[in-house]
Design a protein around this ligand. Structure first.
Ligand code: ZN
Length: 431
């Protein structure tokens, strides 16, 4: 399958060379000044707040009086100015491990969808971008698209443009997929032993977290393990290299068939369980680099779990669109409180990978279930429905089901003393 768009809301940018007018150049230079001013405001705000960089909205409140009084432009231009300042400040802190004032030399400004309009002359193919500089005062950029991907990309919605002193960047966003979004989102965390799901009801009503479900995948792990044992035996005992290669290839083929069959059953079960849901998976492009070191054996197993195959099966079986948010932070940030999750290393490794300790919440969470909640939340945000887990009434109804009740060594219990009511709640495991 060769999809032009690999997932929902994917962006594609096309760069066009252009010659900015004198007015546009002075606009760009004024916006650079505005961004510098916003950066200074943001830095002061961060230093007054224990180093917490303000949100673009907070920064906008602080910067607006200055912007309105000294920048002779449409007020809306302050939005990209503030988000750019915040992004620059975050990038600076990430690179230098401290707060500081980034220098800003290049002329470059993002223009939001509200402030430009693209029209195409159907007769001669010329494209015109009209930028609102001041209310009822426009700049026009005309070009003939000769980019080879223009026809394909421009089917998407033109989400934003970026102007520099030599180039115009057009970012197209694919509209919603051909399949509609479901009223329910199901965050799915795929693991060796279990598939953990967190459903969030939404649609047009209030968002509500529903009971999480854990489905064992035991047979897939078992198939993978037994085939790899079989291959090791072949490696050791078959001396003839040709025969060994043939036998190994045979077992690989058989393994693929068995695994595919098991996955078909698993994914059909998932789609039947949530017939009108939009499934949310981690975008696993980064999974191998994301995982901390867990030893060679673990990595070998990780490579063998057919995540991508399972996702694709659900994707084509489900009548609703499937979401793939990037997994950034899903395993290190607590979805309930936003705090940093700890994975204590002093406990036995078989337990270590099943517990997430949140010192802020003060409890041990079931790692996989918590991950499925984080994934569901990312999906909700991708749909434009972000919500705060800990402040949601439904969270208090289901929270206990996310706690870890397994055999915890004394040390973990000490790290985050489990709660009494949580200890008695049964964990729903389906077989
Ligand atoms: Zn927490």
């Amino acid at each position: 399958m060769n999809h032009l768009w690999k997932s929902l809301r994917q962006k594609r940018t096309i760069a066009i060379r252009y010659e900015p007018s004198a007015q546009l150049l002075s606009y760009l230079s004024d916006m650079r000044d505005a961004t510098r001013m916003a950066l200074a405001h943001a830095l002061v705000d961060a230093k007054l707040n224990d180093g917490k960089i303000p949100s673009p909205i907070r920064l906008r409140k602080k910067t607006r009086p200055w912007f309105v009084s000294s920048m002779p432009y449409a007020r809306h231009h302050i939005n990209p100015v503030c988000s750019k300042a915040v992004a620059l400040l975050r990038a600076y802190r990430k690179r230098h491990k401290r707060l500081g004032l980034p220098s800003l030399e290049k002329l470059s400004m993002r223009i939001d969808g509200e402030l430009f309009k693209m029209t195409k002359d159907e007769d001669d193919g010329q494209v015109t971008i009209r930028v609102t500089v001041r209310p009822h005062e426009y700049e026009f950029i005309k070009f003939r698209p000769n980019h080879k991907k223009w026809d394909a990309y421009s089917k998407g919605r033109l989400g934003e443009i970026t102007l520099t002193d030599s180039r115009l960047l057009l970012t197209f966003v694919k509209g919603l997929a051909t399949k509609p979004l479901g009223d329910q989102l199901v965050g799915v965390d795929l693991n060796f032993a279990t598939v953990d799901c967190t459903p969030i009801d939404g649609g047009h009503q209030k968002m509500m977290i529903r009971h999480p479900v854990t489905i064992p995948t035991g047979n897939i792990e078992h198939i993978q393990d037994s085939f790899s044992r079989r291959r090791r035996r072949l490696q050791l005992h078959v001396r003839n290299p040709e025969k060994r290669a043939r036998k190994l290839e045979e077992t690989r083929g058989r393994q693929r068939c068995r695994v595919r069959d098991a996955l078909q059953k698993l994914t059909t079960d998932l789609v039947r369980r949530y017939p009108n849901a939009t499934f949310v998976f981690e975008d696993l492009k980064h999974i191998k680099s994301r995982q901390p070191k867990k030893g060679r054996r673990f990595r070998a197993r990780l490579n063998r779990w057919p995540y991508r195959m399972a996702q694709m099966m659900v994707d084509y079986k489900s009548p609703m669109a499937t979401l793939y948010p990037t997994p950034r932070g899903t395993s290190s940030k607590c979805p309930a409180c936003g705090g940093k999750i700890e994975h204590p290393t002093r406990i036995p490794s078989d337990i270590r990978w099943r517990v997430s300790v949140c010192p802020t919440c003060g409890v041990n969470y079931d790692r996989n279930r918590l991950a499925s909640l984080a994934i569901a939340c990312r999906g909700a945000r991708l749909c434009g429905r972000p919500f705060s887990v800990s402040e949601d009434a439904s969270w208090h109804l289901v929270r206990d089901e996310y706690l870890w009740h397994g055999p915890v060594a004394g040390e973990t219990a000490m790290i985050a003393g489990g709660t009494e009511e949580g200890a008695n709640a049964p964990k729903e495991v389906l077989s």
